[in-house]
Ligand binder design. Structure first.
Ligand code: HEC
Length: 416
């Protein structure tokens, strides 16, 4: 028991410094943000327009409803399927170890599928508002209609999502039916969370050598055995012994997809936090000088400065890995920020591909200028201090070159 507590205490302390202490709920309904009144943009409103104009027809599948067709139109790979069995979301009564909830994630979209449910759950990234939530009714319709559902923010805008509308990724011990023990885990998982604290309540497929995690475990006895026999439910390749995998698009819950999603979800929350804070500070004071620490923390996260090092190679679904890498963009030498390493860290060139996202580009100029300045200082080698020492000179150079060729809107001092 003591060991669990230590792990929890240390991981949440880590999380605190990650946010520079700023997890309090920010005002969403002031004149500056106006979350519920502002028109939403992003992948779902765009898809809805195409459906309404008749450019896209979502097809309805007998077993999975609109899910497969939606994934195709939103450029989401089903191979990156992830499965969560803890009873934690708003359809909790339908979720259990033998009927896990499936999650599919693209660059700016998160889609939840629950077996037998009348609804798909969707979180779509609006570059300014952050996560905007929708449901889609699972019944054949001439023109399927996504319904914006702001009351999802009851859970999805809290200290667990950096105080803004965003994503939740957690890891708790569960009993045999999927009920979570909220004192037993991490309520904020990202690329800084040790693997040993991750994936309580999740299925995990793929190999990870001797690294331990909490995936595939339900019930006290299973956790106790994990203490005695580390990894007895690790390196799992097949989930058939746990439930009927034919009820899902894919048989697995991919370890690589999970790690990428965990990196990305925090990145999205961070971008939204910065967007809200910057706009509110500009409205109040006319500048963003008070956000120095937030910007600094963001640059560290963007460059994976405190990513937990891998102590053994990780291998997941190859189809997903290939799909991810193919998304680019690539430079003239074929390099891309999405190239995977998964030997000692996640990405070969550790700078988040979300630097290409609309949400990054939409940051207020004054704040973006500050971020670019720090990014340049670190990458050009003028700052080799503390947090960035794991970033090798070769990788710094490579990231500068890749961005030079692939990123629009770099400031004029960016040179190669
Ligand atoms: C009772 C709290 C709660 C409510 C209400 C809720 N969610 Fe969630 N949601 C969660 C939790 C917790 C997770 C994290 C994954 C897990 O443990 O199941 C999550 C994860 C998700 C995810 C995947 C990851 C992410 O955070 O983007 C999507 C998509 C999602 N929810 C959509 C919705 C939508 C749409 C609604 C409203 C219709 C909604 N949720 C309402 C608790 C909630």
């Amino acid at each position: 028991m003591a060991r669990w507590f230590l792990a929890v205490a240390s991981s949440s302390m880590f999380a605190q410094s990650d946010f520079q202490g700023s997890t309090h709920l920010l005002s969403m309904e002031d004149d500056v943000i106006n979350y519920s009144k502002a028109a939403d943009t992003g992948p779902i409103p765009r898809l809805q327009k195409r459906i309404d104009f008749g450019d896209v027809r979502l097809t309805f599948d007998q077993k999975f409803g609109y899910l497969p067709s939606m994934l195709r139109h939103l450029n989401v790979s089903p191979a990156g399927q992830m499965l969560v069995f803890s009873k934690t979301s708003f359809q909790r009564e339908r979720i259990a170890p033998n009927t896990p909830r499936a999650l599919y994630v693209g660059d700016d979209i998160y889609i939840g599928f629950v077996q037998g449910s009348k609804l798909l759950e969707i979180s779509s990234v609006d570059p300014v508002l952050g996560s905007v939530f929708y449901t889609l009714e699972q019944k054949p319709m001439e023109r399927p209609k996504f319904i914006r559902t702001d009351n999802c923010t009851e859970c999805h805008a809290s200290a667990k999502s950096m105080g803004v509308p965003g994503h939740l990724v957690r890891s708790f011990k569960c009993d045999e039916s999927g009920i979570v023990d909220l004192l037993s885990g991490a309520d904020y998982v990202n690329h800084r969370t040790p693997l040993s604290d991750r994936w309580g309540g999740w299925y995990v497929t793929g190999t990870h050598g001797s690294q331990v995690h909490r995936g595939n475990l339900m019930g006290e006895a299973a956790f106790a055995r994990q203490e005695r026999e580390p990894n007895w439910r690790g390196n799992v390749q097949d989930l058939k012994p746990f439930f009927d995998t034919s009820q899902y698009l894919e048989p697995g819950s991919d370890i690589v997809a999970l790690m990428v999603m965990e990196h990305q979800a925090h990145m999205h929350n961070y971008l939204t936090r910065l967007q809200y804070e910057a706009r509110q500070k500009i409205a109040a004071y006319g500048h963003v000088d008070y956000l120095k620490n937030q910007a600094e923390g963001f640059v560290r996260y963007l460059l994976f400065a405190e990513e937990v090092p891998l102590t053994a190679p990780i291998r997941g679904n190859l189809e997903y890995a290939r799909w991810l890498e193919s998304q680019g963009p690539h430079d003239s030498k074929g390099r891309s920020l999405r190239q995977l390493d998964f030997q000692t860290r996640m990405f070969k060139y550790p700078c988040s591909y979300l630097i290409y996202s609309e949400a990054f580009d939409a940051l207020p100029e004054a704040l973006k200028a500050r971020i670019y300045k720090r990014l340049w200082e670190v990458l050009s080698g003028n700052d080799t201090t503390g947090h960035f020492e794991t970033l090798s000179a070769t990788n710094r150079r490579a990231i500068i070159e890749i961005l030079w060729e692939t990123k629009k809107g770099l400031p004029s001092f960016w040179r190669i």
